[in-house]
Design a protein around this ligand. Structure first.
Ligand SMILES: [Fe+2]
Length: 442
């Protein structure tokens, strides 16, 4: 394999050089790119991904180290190192255009590169099957960045619709693909984001949160169309662009007339998605049905037509996020509290029972963002799940035995037996009663 990897590096380096020296379309520029593409396509037929990384000052492809003296290795090493790139990942489906986007980044002068936000650039270009991870490899920071871009996408998409333009579905696809990869690596990192919110950006935060939760649930159920369902989650409220802002922001109850207007947003949303991509029929239908409940109450009346399975996942995520996000004029429920209400009052009525059970299992006994009291008397916030041992998550201790804030929160993993002895979780506590702002610690 080493020989083949070296060949790949050689072609990649020729592509970068060709990118700088020859005009677009010139064979000397195009040929090596096609060779790289051909190799990757074959390779990714049998492997889920291919990784080029810098590990302890050595360039590695997958797990095989390549040495500086070999052709191209030093060039690529320098190119990545100067740009503080730790890893380049290729996934099945990578296209020539995506490779060109990558080359553009690797070929640009280092100074110019510093002013580019790579994650955003890739999302804008609709890149789905290449990922760049910076040297720090800080997943928390990365997921925050993707979250911010996703939010920006929703803001911009809504603005475009207002201007009569059609937002690009490729960006939504690329965002969901990024979330998907982060989820696979560490779902806690992304679940913590779902808990962060601010009053002003409710609609945008909510759209992104529902996208993430829906995608995670579809993955949990091992659905092959999980990404599609995630896209529908992300776009579910896009039709609200057509709803007057006074109605959306109205603090009290809506009048019957206002309510009729509000009820149009799923229909408007479905139309918009259809314009974005006429082949995404299911996405458009899920957007149309997202307020139709499991028992068929809700709106619009879809008569006897079939409900798309994914719709149930959006409804569950939508309900959960509406209850747990900060919103003007509404009390915020604790994750656990919200799940209890959903199970006790809505299961089998508004919400699909089996999918809801999976959702509850997925978020865990102590969902990320819960506030708990430990055996030691300390108060902590749940920061990470342990799927194999849901009773023992990772937590951040914020209040000491004496009920006073610690100078600095202490993060511990409760699967660690020595910690567990003195710090078993005793009970959930309501953070509002203790005046704790949970989101500060996620
Ligand atoms: Fe909605």
């Amino acid at each position: 394999m080493r020989e083949q990897y070296l060949e790949l590096i050689k072609n990649l380096v020729s592509s970068i050089k060709g990118y700088n020296y020859y005009p677009e379309g010139h064979p000397a520029r195009e040929k090596p790119i096609y060779r790289v593409h051909e190799f990757l396509t074959k390779y990714l037929n049998d492997s889920p991904s291919l990784r080029i990384a810098i590990v302890e000052d050595t360039l590695v492809v997958e797990d095989i180290p390549l040495f500086d003296a070999q052709p191209g290795v030093m060039d690529l090493y320098n190119s990545m190192d100067q740009r503080k790139i730790g890893e380049i990942l290729f996934f099945k489906g990578v296209t020539v255009d995506e490779l060109k986007t990558l080359l553009h980044i690797l070929a640009m002068p280092v100074e110019e590169f510093k002013s580019v936000d790579v994650d955003e650039y890739f999302l804008q270009k609709g890149v789905k099957f290449i990922e760049i991870i910076d040297k720090e490899r800080d997943l928390k920071k990365k997921s925050k960045r993707v979250y911010t871009h996703a939010k920006k996408f929703i803001v911009e998409a809504m603005n475009e619709i207002r201007l009569g333009r059609v937002p690009r579905i490729e960006v939504a696809e690329s965002i969901v693909a990024s979330f998907d990869r982060i989820l696979k690596r560490d779902e806690s990192a992304i679940m913590a984001l779902v808990m962060l919110s601010d009053y002003d950006n409710y609609t945008f935060n909510h759209s992104v949160n529902v996208g993430i939760l829906t995608l995670a649930l579809a993955r949990e159920l091992r659905w092959s169309d999980a990404e599609e369902v995630g896209i529908a989650g992300l776009l579910h409220d896009i039709g609200k662009t057509k709803t007057p802002i006074e109605i959306i922001n109205k603090p009290g109850k809506l009048t019957p007339e206002e309510w009729e207007i509000m009820k149009k947003h799923p229909i408007d949303g479905a139309k918009i998605v259809q314009q974005m991509d006429k082949f995404k029929t299911d996405v458009s239908l899920m957007v149309l049905q997202h307020h139709v409940r499991y028992d068929r109450s809700g709106y619009p009346d879809i008569k006897n037509s079939k409900m798309i399975e994914g719709t149930h996942l959006i409804t569950i995520s939508d309900t959960y996020d509406s209850m747990t996000t900060l919103r003007p004029y509404q009390r915020r429920y604790d994750p656990k509290e919200a799940l209890d209400i959903m199970v006790n009052k809505l299961r089998g009525k508004a919400l699909h029972p089996r999918y809801l059970d999976t959702f509850v299992d997925m978020l865990g006994i102590y969902p990320v963002g819960s506030c708990v009291r430990l055996k030691s008397g300390e108060i902590a916030i749940v920061t990470g799940l342990n799927r194999s041992d849901p009773l023992h998550p990772s937590v951040k201790i914020i209040l000491g035995k004496d009920g006073k804030y610690l100078p600095k929160p202490v993060e511990i993993d409760l699967t660690d037996k020595s910690e567990r002895k003195k710090r078993e979780i005793i009970t959930l506590v309501n953070p509002t009663l203790l005046n704790i702002d949970v989101t500060r610690y996620l």
